[in-house]
Design a protein. Structure first.
Length: 192
């Protein structure tokens, strides 16, 4: 049709495209994965024909989820760091409207005793699924995060750890469609 507009054309073979929206519905994220690279593009949801903006690019097979919260992009990924492979995920952030090339900064200082397994955002809180040794925990942090402070230890932002049974073997984010809700859902698995 004359009205159709191509926003992305990936002619290569073995390219997978995943399209989702940020929790606040302000952006559509387009994740493009191939055997040689992973890219994440943003589309402004209020002006979808404005095109795609490349916000992240890394090696193949990296898990990359972008969220937006009050003027910052947050990237949850397991991409290599400085050419070194990593065995866990980490959280980065970058101002949405940065001048020049996009620079991503670590949100948290690496902590071998507290590994981030997953994250979920609401308007008022960041929920983190973390692992301390073999024990899974769930905590929340009030948002927005402190600006211009650089990476911090998770404990410096006063996480609120939720009480959980001792025998939790896995925690997964639930269906949390309402960004402005004070309730977040999670699935807790236990062998008992």
């Amino acid at each position: 049709k004359d009205e159709d507009v191509i926003l992305l054309d990936e002619p290569g073979e073995n390219v997978h495209v995943n399209i989702r929206h940020t929790k606040d519905y302000q952006f559509v994220t387009v994740n493009v994965f191939s055997t040689t690279y992973s890219k994440v593009f943003l589309i402004n949801a209020s002006d979808p024909l404005s095109g795609l903006t490349l916000v992240w690019e890394c090696e193949a097979c990296a898990h990359c989820i972008i969220e937006h919260h009050h003027g910052y992009l947050y990237l949850f990924t397991n991409a290599d760091r400085g050419g070194q492979s990593v065995d866990c995920h980490y959280l980065l952030r970058s101002p949405l409207n940065s001048s020049g090339p996009r620079k991503w900064e670590n949100v948290f200082i690496d902590d071998d005793d507290l590994i981030i397994e997953d994250v979920d955002f609401s308007n008022s809180h960041l929920a983190l699924i973390v692992r301390e040794g073999e024990r899974f925990r769930l905590c929340t942090i009030a948002l927005p995060m402190p600006n211009n402070k650089g990476a911090v230890h998770l404990r410096e932002v006063f996480p609120h750890f939720l009480p959980l049974p001792e025998s939790v073997s896995q925690i997964s984010p639930g269906t949390n469609y309402d960004f402005f809700s004070s309730i977040m859902r999670f699935t807790i698995s236990s062998p008992v």
